[in-house]
Design a protein around this ligand. Sequence first.
Ligand SMILES: [Fe+2]
Length: 293
Amino acid sequence: MITFDLHYHTNTYRSLQSTRKRRLEKHRLFLEKTGVDYVASTEHAYKRPLDAFLYLRDATHNIKTEILPAVEAISQEGIDMIFLYESEKALTAAIRDLKPFCWSIWDTATIAAQTNAISIIPHPFTPGRSGIVAGIGVEGFMQIQAQCDYVEIHNGLSLFLMEIAAKKPDAFKVEKTAGNIQKTFKLPEEFILDGVGQAISSDAHHPGHQRIVGQTSEVIKDGDWFGFLKNRVCFEEAVVSEELMSKTTQLRQLMQSGRCVLGEYSLKTIKKVKTRSRKRSQEAADRITKTQA
Ligand SMILES: [Fe+2]
């Protein structure tokens, strides 16, 4: 069996050098423990995804896990989309044109074709605003899915929320939120199109949060993982960390995830406001030039 985690965050953006060093060492230790064969570094586009990939690749060079270059990009509609590349060079070239909030989700297929990327729709029903269903509705999601290589059918980050829901069924006051969490953890079959690959990913933002990944019995020829993934694999679930977590550890992981979500929300908002005001200034300047001409 070969295992793939196609959604993983190094999460070292703006960290102090000492903190980054410690976190990377923990990534190495945990990945060595889970023994996942391939892990895609899918840092958010607004958190220096190339740096994240290089840090993680270098930190894990002496274990069997191969780190794959990728980015979790964000469209002008505020929707997350993962683009996975064959090489560091391809990722470097692609992220120049994948600036946060500067491209349309409707151009996903064109971007993937032009940059030779594997496209993956992450957590379509996520309760936050960055999911494709929240952004363009179920119909839009199904239209874009028909043009993508993969859809994420399990997202490990929602496992924490599922665990809370299992223990405290009334934790989520709004029924819709609880339903979206469930669909993020396990996407119902009616939302999975034939011919689209099925990704099962951890979406881990911290070392030790990788518990569920995808596995397959298919064979990769000549180490060509990119060509292999291009064939749109339907992964099965593999639990890579069955450690019984103490209540303290569970609480710590929840707080880590919560802090991370809040931090990313602020970063995104700042980036969005800056991008929009830059766009408005440019449009105003263009108007003046036109009038003067
Ligand atoms: Fe993510």
